[in-house]
Design a protein around this ligand. Structure first.
Ligand code: HEM
Ligand code: FES
Length: 769
């Protein structure tokens, strides 16, 4: 993005640019940001993605890619201010804190390198998936016991009655802190939130400071007991033991600050996230009912809830040098408010970002747990608790409803978000366990960690199958209950999953038809078998599964003109793009080519809709496509989109060698990446520089699979080197690139690779993970 100043107002931001009216009016402490921070910053994502807010003195970062890149670089963007008071305490409030000896310093989340990683490595073990399993049964027993208390009552305030208490008890148990005085701790945590992230008045500050001071002293008393007898069980005991072994890496000041910070980090985040999730699901009744019917969807529903209604909506970093974020100059010392809730609603990253969709198979790419070296260590504890809550409630209280007319009341602050009350009601006579006591015995167990993408599938019914007489069949798919399907953008695809076959197909139907999806499948007799299987076995009335829609072939809306090139069945995404360009009045031209007219699928539709902007190139009719001629006028910011056979795309790639970066975008049908042959491949090691781990990749294992097995959450989509989703930065080592995403120039730079298919050429790779 060019570095341009926004619309002028008299005030200047620290980089010398005038502050726009909307930036000047932005406040995170009340108004729209408190109602829905992602929605409140929609204007910024579109018009001014990084802006300076004079109200708080922070640069506000709103787009997904920018938020992620700030999280990712914890050297240039130091986390040292993460727990700083966003509203500085007045002298009286400071005096109160001093009276209690309050001395909050660096913990984990606000520590710089190299200390942070050294500490994180020493204290990571208890958070590893294999060490978390043991907490599951305690969580479940507790959840059941709490539900028993109100299940026959017919109404509850879920925040008060269960969600604020269980995560606290679990947190105390995990940390090894005695449960005595838990009630008081809850009140203290509220004070800590307001003290750190709120805008209390001078008067409120005094009371808050008293509570924060008491919190500090209570936390320290617990810690003193642990130091005196460090053999107990729990993460804080382990931390104390590490302090004795490595006093430089885990100093006493860290113990004292962490004791207080972790009490808040471990329970409030999860209480709020759970309450937000129930609020969201009960307000989206269809999704709630679907979860009750199909509880295997719970892990993906949890991620979608964390995306649209996370409990941490913004986090903070400070620039350690002059830099730019999203094209905006940020001077050294500039403070950044990185708004995860806004990134989580960014249409540049998500299909239909505003829609709530429990089938969204990449929802775990949300920023709610942060990203990179400081990513939440307790994320899998939070996930596990939320899953158990949902599982027990959908089974025992599927008929529960939100009490009408209640408003979402949040503590006014920039980062923590969750309702102070969540009133629900139900008819106890209809509790399923009254008629079927076996409901109580059932439970599911989900694998710890982010949900496995392959398992998140939407059931659809095949409404129609139309033979196109070009070797292509068109399949029209709809929701079995006639509900709306997600909207899709031009270039998007779905995965069709039937039997053992899973294949990607571009959506080529009418984007304004919200009830059906249409895909066109060419029967490939010499392919891998999927298309033949679908042609022969999928018939109207069948129920099949799909994943998506997702889009790795996005249309840039801002080019002056577009050239669209399709070879054969490659017309499917191109048709969707042409439809969209026509609807938005943009100049475009389609070149549609094939060996003969009967090898041009969807031709009638293409001619009907786009006859004015269409050139047909048919080899049998002597009108073969001359790419040189077709592309002779490409220039400036024009965009060329292409989909077709490899031959066509290879030719295009070499023709475009001197075009400006990003002019040509193409989509491949498939890659040559098949199953790994361990007799040909070699095993190798990767060092994860940020996490301080070394991972071994076996000869028959992909790098992606090895990383996942070591607890690294990584996004992945195609798994074949086609889409770029799994791109990872490489710090050192020789790469054996096997993807079709990177250009020759990018490969030569050797600083990134696709983990789903690429490997080490020789020796070891060092990754920025
Ligand atoms: C860090 C969110 C639950 C322990 C963080 C960060 C966020 C976050 C945003 C900062 C990430 C960054 O700077 O990149 C959440 C949410 C939770 C949750 C939304 C629940 C849904 C937990 C739990 C625990 C925990 C249950 C512990 C039992 C930590 C720790 C860090 C952290 C130790 C510091 C990691 C580091 O700096 O290396 N969390 N958290 N969190 N969280 Fe969580
Ligand atoms: Fe698509 Fe790796 S997941 S390139």
């Amino acid at each position: 993005m060019p570095n341009t100043c926004p619309v002028e107002t008299p005030a200047l931001s620290p980089n010398g640019c005038p502050i726009s009216g909307r930036a000047a009016a932005f406040t995170p402490f009340n108004g729209p940001y408190q109602v829905d921070p992602g929605e409140a910053l929609k204007w910024a994502r579109e018009e001014e993605p990084v802006f300076f807010s004079p109200e708080i003195g922070y640069w506000v970062v709103t787009r997904y890619e920018d938020v992620k890149s700030v999280f990712r670089d914890n050297i240039l963007f130091s986390p040292s201010i993460a727990l700083e008071k966003i509203t500085p305490a007045g002298p009286e409030a400071q005096a109160i804190l001093q009276k209690y000896g309050f001395a909050m310093q660096r913990t984990m989340v606000n520590e710089d390198e190299p200390h942070h990683m050294e500490r994180r490595r020493l204290l990571l073990d208890d958070f590893l998936p294999e060490n978390l399993q043991k907490h599951e049964s305690a969580m479940r027993t507790l959840t059941r016991r709490y539900m028993d208390r109100f299940i026959d009552r017919g109404h509850a305030d879920l925040v008060e009655d269960i969600f604020s208490e269980i995560p606290l008890t679990i947190a105390l148990h995990f940390l090894g802190v005695p449960e005595k005085g838990a009630e008081q701790l809850r009140g203290f945590a509220v004070a800590h939130t307001l003290n750190t992230w709120g805008r209390p008045t001078q008067e409120e500050q005094l009371e808050i400071s008293e509570n924060v001071g008491r919190f500090w002293q209570t936390a320290n008393r617990v810690l003193d007991d642990m130091i005196a007898n460090p053999n107990g069980e729990g993460w804080m005991y382990e931390t104390v033991r590490q302090h004795f072994k490595h006093p430089d890496a885990v100093p006493e000041s860290y113990l004292r600050s962490m004791m207080m910070a972790i009490l808040a980090a471990a329970h409030e985040t999860t209480s709020n996230a759970t309450a937000n999730a129930f609020w969201t699901l009960l307000n989206n009744r269809e999704s709630w009912e679907e979860l009750c019917e199909t509880p295997s969807l719970i892990p993906s529903a949890v991620e979608e809830c964390l995306r649209v209604a996370g409990s941490i909506v913004a986090w903070r970093r400070i620039a350690t040098d002059d830099t730019t974020v999203g094209g905006v100059d940020i001077p050294k010392g500039g403070k950044l408010l990185i708004v995860q809730a806004s990134a989580n609603k960014d249409n540049r990253h998500w299909e239909n970002a505003d829609d709530f969709d429990i089938y969204r198979d990449n929802a775990s790419e949300h920023m709610t747990f942060g990203y990179g070296a400081h990513q939440c260590m307790g994320k899998n504890i939070g996930r596990m608790e939320m899953r158990i809550f949902l599982e027990e409630f959908t089974r025992r209280l599927p008929h529960m409803r939100l009490v009408k007319g209640q408003v979402f009341e949040n503590l006014p602050n920039v980062s923590f978000r969750g309702p102070s009350k969540l009133l629900v009601e139900w008819d106890p006579a209809l509790n399923p366990e009254k008629t079927d006591p076996s409901v109580l015995d059932r439970s599911l167990s989900f694998k710890i960690g982010a949900p496995v993408r392959e398992g998140i599938l939407r059931r659809v019914v095949v409404r129609d199958v139309i033979d196109d007489s070009t070797g292509v069949k068109r399949f029209v798919l709809a929701d079995p209950k006639g509900r709306k399907l997600p909207k899709f953008s031009a270039g998007a695809h779905i995965d069709l999953v039937v039997g053992d076959y899973r294949r990607k197909y571009s959506l080529c139907g009418d984007a304004s038809d919200t009830k059906t999806f249409e895909i066109a499948i060419l029967r490939e007799n010499n392919g891998r078998g999927g298309s033949k299987f679908f042609h022969d076995n999928v018939a109207p009335g069948d129920v099949v599964h799909i994943a998506g829609p997702r889009n790795h072939f996005r249309l840039d809306a801002n080019a002056p003109q577009y050239i669209l090139i399709a070879g054969g069945i490659g017309i499917t995404p191109i048709l969707a793009m042409a439809d969209r360009l026509k609807a938005s009045g943009k100049p475009y031209h389609i070149h549609f080519c094939g060996k003969s007219r009967d090898r041009l699928p969807l031709l009638d539709r293409v001619q009907d809709r786009h006859g004015q902007s269409l050139s047909l190139h048919i080899t049998a009719e002597g009108t073969r496509l001359d790419l040189d001629r077709a592309l002779s006028k490409v220039g400036g910011n024009d965009r060329v989109y292409a989909c077709g056979p490899d031959r066509l795309l290879d030719e295009l790639e070499s023709l475009s060698a001197n075009w400006p970066e990003g002019t040509l975008k193409y989509e491949l049908f498939s890659s040559a990446n098949g199953a790994l042959d361990s007799s040909v491949e070699h095993a190798f090691e990767v060092e994860l520089r940020d996490s301080g781990m070394t991972v071994s990749v076996a000869a028959d294992q992909t790098l992606y699979d090895a990383l996942r097995a070591s607890g690294v959450d990584m996004p992945m989509d195609c798994g074949e080197g086609l889409c770029g989703t799994c791109e990872t930065r490489v710090i050192d080592g020789e790469i054996d690139h096997r993807d079709r995403v990177l250009s020759a120039k990018e490969r030569a730079q050797g600083d990134r690779l696709m983990t789903c298919c690429s490997r080490a050429r020789n020796g070891k790779l060092v990754l920025a993970l």
